[in-house]
Ligand binder design. Structure first.
Ligand code: RP5
Length: 184
């Protein structure tokens, strides 16, 4: 059954346990429409790892496995998860459909599919009807999706807010250093 096909990984240093019940309580859930999206979404996973955020990651296609997608949304809604990140390309309905199936904030990442340079994905995600919001990142920008998720966590968990301030200060220091070097 197509609904049984899934990739599951537990983040934040825990061991990968394919298709197993999460051993950690996730704060973020990341999902994507296809394993072909993983190359783009892995940048966001790297950020979640960097900030030691416990997460789950799954492949749940809105079109190929709609029942799995709905089950995932229900499971995450009833779990410790605070934010869902969803990446999809082409007729990218996954983020919006998840937003319909959960009360949690959903952050969509439009992924460039084979044609139309990802503009199709962007439009599919950003144009949600009034009442069902879905935060939409730039095309392929899973890094910002993870950073936004961490900012949301920062409202509840001060350690993530502190880590975010450090992250921003470090980034600014790098720019200052480059500017200084250029002016030498
Ligand atoms: C979407 O279709 C996926 O999110 C992916 O971006 C795109 C292509 O999927 P594959 O044909 O590579 O599996 O559902």
């Amino acid at each position: 059954c197509m609904d049984e096909i899934r990739l599951e990984r537990i983040g934040s240093s825990a061991k990968a346990t394919p298709a197993a019940t999460p051993k950690v309580l996730p704060l973020v859930a990341m999902t994507m429409g296809s394993d072909s999206d993983l190359a783009v979404m892995s940048a966001g996973l790297k950020i979640l790892d960097e900030f030691s955020v416990p997460y789950v990651v799954r492949i749940t296609s809105a079109h190929r496995t709609p029942h799995l997608m709905m089950k995932f949304a229900a499971e995450m809604s009833a779990s410790t998860c605070k934010v869902i990140i969803a990446g999809a390309g082409g007729a990218a309905h996954l983020p919006g459909m998840l937003a319909s199936e959960t009360h949690l904030p959903v952050i969509g990442v439009p992924i460039k599919a084979s044609v139309l340079d990802g503009v199709d994905s962007l439009y599919s995600i950003v144009q949600m009807p009034r009442g069902i919001p879905c935060a939409t990142m730039g095309i392929g920008n899973s890094t910002n999706a993870a950073l936004l998720a961490i900012r949301i966590l920062g409202n509840t968990y001060p350690e993530y807010a502190e880590r975010m301030k450090e992250y921003q200060a470090k980034m600014a220091a790098e720019v200052y250093a480059k500017d200084e070097k250029l002016g030498e």
